[in-house]
Design a protein. Structure first.
Length: 155
């Protein structure tokens, strides 16, 4: 499945709408987690978007999975990150989630090879992210009703 890299300002209005609709359906509706997905960070993110062929209604490829990647800040010891990783239910079990994590790590490694990667992971995904080399970096905390942990991939 193709995974496209796009900056926010490269997305058309229809592509952005389709991406946000997909993210909302997974991260808010499906997970019954009413939090502000539109957190103001999309414009600074690098977006990885997995798509299936063009959708007849929208006229653009339909997103089925995504992730947001962020470079390090300017402060010493700054880390890179990815998040808002989401895969539509119909695509789960196909390896797409692993592909999106691998693509996120490849992008962060290419652009910022010397910076650790820190993520906020749902607790039940600790083993999944651990398979990429991430290690727990915090106690369990509640993030809008879902148990999370911070995880770090050291470089």
């Amino acid at each position: 499945m193709p995974i496209r890299l796009a900056r926010f300002d490269e997305l058309t209005t229809r592509e952005l709408h389709a991406l946000l609709h997909m993210r909302q359906s997974v991260l808010i509706v499906e997970q019954a987690s009413p939090y502000p997905d539109l957190d103001g960070r999309d414009p600074e993110a690098l977006h990885l978007i997995a798509t299936r062929p063009e959708d007849a209604d929208s006229g653009c490829p339909a997103p089925v999975g995504c992730a947001r990647c962020f470079g390090p800040g300017a402060e010493p010891g700054a880390t890179t990150a990815f998040g808002r990783l989401a895969v539509l239910p119909a695509e789960r079990g196909t390896g797409l989630g692993r592909e999106l994590v691998a693509a996120s790590l490849a992008l962060l490694t290419e652009r910022w090879p010397d910076h650790d990667v820190v993520i906020g992971a749902q607790l039940y995904l600790e083993r999944f992210y651990g398979s990429f080399g991430f290690r727990r970096d915090s106690d369990v905390y509640d993030d809008v009703g879902i148990p999370h942990i911070d995880m770090r991939l050291s470089r």
